[in-house]
Design a protein around this ligand. Sequence first.
Ligand SMILES: C[S@@+](CC[C@H](N)C(=O)[O-])C[C@H]1O[C@@H](n2cnc3c(N)ncnc32)[C@H](O)[C@@H]1O
Length: 233
Amino acid sequence: MKFNILTLFPDMFPGPLNHSISGKALDNKKYSIKAYDIRNFSGTSNKSVDDTPFGGGAGMVMRADVLDKALNFVKNKNEGIHTASIYLTPSGEKLDQKMIKRIVKYDNLILLCGRYEGVDQRFLDHNQIKEVSIGDYILAGGEIAAFVLIEACIRLIPDVLGNNKSLINESFEDYLLEHPHYTKPAIWNNIKVPDVLRSGNHKMIAEWRKKESLKKTKKVRPDLLKLYNSSKD
Ligand SMILES: C[S@@+](CC[C@H](N)C(=O)[O-])C[C@H]1O[C@@H](n2cnc3c(N)ncnc32)[C@H](O)[C@@H]1O
């Protein structure tokens, strides 16, 4: 998979992706990442990319003409590759594991990271760019949101995780949150690991984990439990 980032801060990349599982996968060429500086497409001597909003109000808006040049440059470089273009924005569709699974089907992603008040809507509509939010809060820019999306994708690329089975029982598979985990020592701070996990009885362990998974989902994410129950109807 190839990630192309349109940003005002290209030096932020690959940043945290250079570490741990995503760092190793990058070294092993399981994916590639290239950041493009939007300012290089400004066409003005002061490299300006934004202007005041029509209708008034606070802040600045990133210009459609500048963004369009940047997007077309990256598209031309990747002609013939199965590509999706995404703008990270708090007013987009909320990212979840299901959406990540759809996104990893593309070979090439173009991720636009906004700054200021956001971007001119005409650019998004004209280029049919998908708007994606990483949650109901406001970040200063789209770069951190892009990191979130990219890392979630990288984990799903075949052979990136040491053990592909890790993906099977994770939270959000089947709408449920994952059961709690325990490791050695068996007694810590006078608190024992649940006996069943040391019983060696795999059927009982699986039942216990399912029960705990349901209990936790009911407590912290009743919305997901509803979806789980209706998927069983
Ligand atoms: C200060 S925010 C703009 C917020 C915008 N005026 C609004 O109220 O929706 C600047 C940039 O940060 C990014 N951003 C902020 N919060 C985000 C979120 N929850 N998910 C994805 N991107 C986000 C977007 O790229 C956005 O263009």
